[in-house]
Write a protein that binds this ligand. Structure first.
Ligand SMILES: [Zn+2]
Length: 435
């Protein structure tokens, strides 16, 4: 079936496909993966109990710890000789999370990625500069195979050596940039220092940004500084890599490819399935994977899902931009704070520069400090009053978060820069062993 036919099929038809694939998946996992057989038995559920889509909630969740406990290859449904590739995500603590692919899995993933690129408007005429990491991380190779599948010219640049990347983007006439949003901003910053105006000296027209949470204001900043349309793309190695969902030209949420995934939104505390439109943790069931299928995988990503048909004619559900990770959620004096909320406020204030750092500490009460870089323009103009800016940021953060925030202003280019995923939170409470 053509992508377009799949993308626009009636919901009933889509759900019929999901139901058929779900029943097959449950049987497959039960027969091929001892971990799932045991998990089903512990939860008193059998493959025959799953007759319709609604029965999905009878099945237990799969969590990241299950993958760690079965490190490295205990979750596989196939022999190692069927596996043609392995990826892994770096664990902040202990062992990495390992995922594996058969030849069919790679083909399937490449097709999904090609579909994502085409959905946002990429064509054979495009030259795509891939500055996601190539290696165990799925970003680089995911974009690479998807780009080739769609017939783009792919430049496998990977991360690092930013000045050389800038030269290549300019000289090769790249029209698409694929990298993390923070790296996109970094590229534009370095290009400006090299005396370039990225919005006119580059030919970029589209950018695919993901792998870390970002905000609407960051999108505007990237679009202005690089002169491109910034597309949000979502995925994670456990599900395939990038390619699970992407924005169409209407940019009103990311279409989740429901012929390959069933999405649910749950309350992260209770595990209860929430109604359409309610904010909670995304849970995915993979319907097409051979080597390492996952049932009801808890992503820790917080979002909202709608099944309303999109203006583009695609019927596949849309998720709003990920609003944070339930792991990253900071509990400060009892209030839930997502770093993305802070970023959103900062990016909307004139005089704020490219980088910031969130520091949480506790004396008697929790204390939230945000270190904020001033923009060069603001800093270099002697007429500007630093105290007024500090006060303005504090007030806006206080009102957005509902808690008191201390702001420390920093000179331009003094806070850490990140070439991979940005690490903007320092929780001193953890270092002190309070948690
Ligand atoms: Zn759409």
């Amino acid at each position: 079936m053509l992508h377009r036919e799949i993308e626009t099929m009636k919901r009933e038809e889509l759900e019929r496909i999901q139901e058929k694939k779900l029943k097959r998946l449950v049987r497959y996992c039960y027969q091929k993966i001892p971990f799932y057989r045991k998990l089903f038995k512990e939860n008193n559920v059998e493959p025959d109990d799953i007759k319709r889509l609604e029965d999905l909630s009878k099945l237990p969740f799969t969590v990241k710890d299950h993958l760690r406990e079965n490190y490295p290859f205990g979750m596989l449904a196939v022999d190692m000789k069927e596996v043609v590739r392995v990826h892994a995500s770096s664990g902040t603590t202990g062992k990495p999370t390992v995922v594996a692919y058969t030849q069919n899995d790679i083909e399937w993933w490449s097709n999904l990625m090609a579909r994502c690129l085409a959905t946002a408007g990429a064509t054979k005429d495009d030259i795509m500069h891939v500055a996601y990491g190539y290696g165990l991380f799925t970003g680089g190779l995911g974009f690479h195979y998807g780009g080739e599948k769609l017939g783009l010219t792919v430049v496998p640049s990977s991360v690092g050596n930013t000045k050389r990347q800038i030269m290549l983007i300019k000289d090769f006439g790249a029209t698409i940039l694929a990298c993390t949003p923070s790296y996109a901003l970094y590229i534009s910053e370095v290009a400006k220092k090299e005396g370039l105006d990225p919005s006119s000296d580059f030919k970029l027209r589209l950018g695919f940004f993901g792998a870390e949470p970002w905000s609407e204001s960051m999108r505007k900043k990237i679009e202005e500084s690089l002169g491109l349309k910034a597309i949000d793309i979502y995925g994670m190695s456990e599900l395939c890599g990038p390619g699970v969902s992407v924005e169409c030209e209407h940019q009103n949420g990311l279409h989740i490819w429901e012929d390959s995934f069933i999405v649910e939104v749950i309350d992260p505390e209770t595990g209860e399935v929430l109604d359409e439109g309610e904010k909670g943790e995304l849970v995915f069931t993979t319907l097409d994977k051979e080597a390492m299928p996952l049932i009801r995988y808890r992503t820790r990503d917080i979002s909202v899902v709608t099944k309303e048909e999109c203006e583009c004619g695609r019927t596949h559900a849309r998720m709003l931009r990920v609003q944070g990770r339930s792991d990253d959620m900071l509990k400060i004096r009892g209030v839930n704070v997502f770093p993305s909320q802070i970023e959103h406020v900062l990016m909307g204030i004139e005089g704020v520069g490219e980088s910031y750092l969130i520091v949480v500490d506790r004396d008697i009460l929790d204390k939230l400090t945000v270190k904020v870089e001033m923009s060069e323009k603001f800093f270099n103009n002697k007429k500007n009053d630093v105290d007024i800016l500090k006060k303005k940021i504090e007030e806006e953060l206080n009102s957005a978060l509902g808690i008191k925030v201390e702001v420390e202003l920093a000179e331009p280019n003094t806070l850490p820069r990140f070439e991979g995923k940005a690490k903007r939170i320092v929780d001193l409470r953890k270092e002190k062993g309070i948690f």
